[in-house]
Design a protein around this ligand. Structure first.
Ligand SMILES: [Zn+2]
Length: 434
C-alpha cells in the first residue's frame, strides 16, 4: 500500500508532499516534487500533519464491561481521534494483573487493528492494594508491559508503592499513580470548594491529590525509579511536580483534555441545569485558577503530556442522580479538538508543541519506540491529518465509542481528524473508519 499525501502542513509548517510506502515515510518534499506514481493520492490541502497520537490513559473496559466499551469499539474511537497507540488501563474484570489478561487485551487490539493497544498492568493483585501483582511476568509477556497502574484507585500504602517502584526498575518500567489519598476523599463527589458547598455535595480536596504526589515524588527519588502521575488536576500538584523536576528526579505527568477546559462551575451552571452527572469525574473538575495553572504547566513542559482518561460508561450508570452516577467521561474522539481549543487557539502551544505533548512524550514515557517519532523519511508511517479550520458541533450519536458520556455534547469545538495512518495503512480516511 502506497499513498501520496499531498500538501500537508507538517507540524503546521509549509505544505509538503509525504510518500507513505511499505509502512514507513519514504519521502517528504516540496509539493509536486515527490514521485507518487502508482500511489493512492490523499488530498491534504490545508491539513496539519502530526505524528500519530499516543494515549497513556484509556479505559477500554474489555474484559468485563463490554456493554460500555470493547477493545474494538474503543480503538475505533481512538483511530477517529487521531491515535495510533493507546494504553489500556488495568481496571477491567478480571483485572489485568497477570500475563494471561494483558496478553488477551493485547491480542484483541491486534485483531481489531485500529491502533496499537499497549496494556497497562495492575500494580497490586486485584487492585486491592495488599500485594504486588505479577509485574515481572507481565513485563516478560507478549504484551511487554512497561506501565503499571492501579488507576481508579490509588496505591495508597507507602510500602507497596516503594516496592513497586523498586521492582519496575529491573525492566525500565514506570508506575503510573492515580493520586488520591483515600481517607481524605471518602464519599467525595466533586471538587471541595465554594461550588460543592453551595450544592451540598461532599468535597474532594486538592490536598488529597497533592499529598500523594509529594509523597510519591520523594519515594521515586529515594528509590531512583520512574514515576508517572496520572491526570494532574490542581495548581498545587503542578508546583510539586515542578519542584521534583527541578531536582532532576525522573517524574512525569499527564493532564486530561477536560481538566484543561472545564471547571467545577459546570456542576452548577451548565445549560442542562445543576447536578448534571455528565460532569462527574475523578479527579474532579477543579477551579478556573487550576485550569490556568494546568495549561501553563503543559505549555512549559512541567506536565509532559495530554492523556484522555477515556472512561466509557453505559447510559444507566451516568443518567441518574449525581451521587449515584459513575465517575468518568469519554474523550478519545474529542481530545485533539479540546487541546486545539484550550492550548492552540490560546497561543500556548503551536502544532509542534501539540505533537510533542500528544505523541512524542507519551510514546517515550510508555516506551513505545515505534510511535511518537519525528515525521521524516525512514520513520514508521504513524501519522494523523487534521483540519484545524473547521468547527463542529459535538454529537455523541456519531461516535464510534459504545458510550455517550461526553461533557461536550452540544458544544462547538475546533478541528477535526481527517485521516489516520497506522504503519502506512489508513485506519481513517475522509473522517471515517476504513
Ligand atoms: Zn484515575
Amino acid at each position: 500500500m502506497t499513498y501520496l499525501v499531498k500538501g500537508a502542513r507538517v507540524l503546521g509548517g509549509e505544505p509538503k508532499d509525504i510518500l507513505v510506502k511499505d509502512g514507513v515515510i519514504a519521502e517528504i518534499g516540496a509539493p509536486g516534487r515527490v514521485d507518487g506514481t502508482g500511489a493512492g493520492h490523499v488530498d491534504a490541502d490545508g491539513l496539519v500533519a502530526l505524528p500519530g497520537l499516543v494515549d497513556l490513559h484509556t479505559h477500554l473496559r474489555e474484559p468485563g464491561r463490554e456493554d460500555a466499551e470493547t477493545v474494538a469499539s474503543g480503538t475505533a474511537a481512538a483511530a477517529l481521534g487521531g491515535f495510533t497507540a493507546v494504553h489500556a488501563m488495568a481496571n477491567t474484570s478480571p483485572v489485568a494483573d497477570t500475563a494471561g489478561v494483558v496478553e488477551q487485551v493485547w491480542r484483541l487490539g491486534r485483531q481489531a487493528g485500529h491502533c496499537d493497544v499497549q496494556p497497562v498492568g495492575a500494580v497490586t493483585a486485584g487492585l486491592l492494594g495488599r500485594q504486588l501483582a505479577e509485574l515481572g511476568a507481565m513485563a516478560d509477556s507478549a504484551a511487554r508491559v512497561r506501565v503499571f497502574s492501579d488507576d481508579g484507585v490509588c496505591v495508597s500504602d507507602a510500602v507497596l508503592m516503594r516496592r513497586a517502584l523498586e521492582y519496575v526498575k529491573a525492566f525500565d518500567g514506570v508506575v503510573a499513580q492515580h493520586a488520591q489519598e483515600p481517607r481524605l476523599t471518602e464519599g467525595a463527589q466533586m471538587n471541595e470548594g465554594a461550588v460543592s458547598g453551595r450544592l451540598g455535595l461532599t468535597g474532594w480536596p486538592a490536598v488529597a491529590e497533592e499529598a500523594i504526589i509529594a509523597r510519591d515524588c520523594l519515594l521515586a527519588a529515594h528509590v531512583g525509579s520512574r514515576l508517572h502521575i496520572c491526570h494532574v488536576s490542581t495548581a498545587g500538584s503542578v508546583e510539586i511536580i515542578r519542584w521534583a523536576k527541578s531536582k532532576g528526579w525522573d517524574v512525569t505527568a499527564e493532564v486530561t483534555p477536560h481538566h484543561l477546559l472545564l471547571t467545577d462551575a459546570c456542576a452548577e451552571t451548565s445549560p442542562a441545569g445543576a447536578y448534571n452527572p455528565i460532569y462527574k469525574v475523578n479527579p474532579p473538575l477543579r477551579t478556573g485558577e487550576d485550569v490556568r495553572a494546568l495549561r501553563e504547566a503543559l505549555a512549559d513542559g512541567t506536565i509532559d503530556c495530554v492523556a484522555t482518561d477515556h472512561a466509557p460508561h453505559p447510559v444507566e450508570d451516568k443518567e441518574t442522580e449525581w451521587q449515584a452516577a459513575a465517575m468518568g467521561m469519554i474523550g478519545l474522539e474529542t481530545a485533539l479538538s479540546v487541546v486545539q481549543e484550550a492550548m492552540v487557539e490560546t497561543g500556548l502551544l503551536d502544532w509542534a508543541g501539540v505533537a510533542d505533548r500528544m505523541s512524542a512524550r507519551p510514546a517515550r514515557i510508555g516506551r513505545l519506540p515505534g510511535h511518537g517519532r519525528e515525521l521524516r523519511a525512514g520513520s514508521p508511517a504513524n501519522l494523523v491529518l487534521a483540519d484545524p479550520s473547521v468547527r463542529w458541533a459535538v454529537d455523541p450519536g456519531g461516535f464510534a465509542s459504545k458510550s455517550r458520556n461526553t461533557p461536550y455534547q452540544g458544544m462547538t469545538l475546533p478541528g477535526r481528524v481527517v485521516a489516520t495512518f497506522l504503519r502506512g495503512r489508513p485506519t481513517v480516511l475522509e473522517g471515517k473508519l476504513t
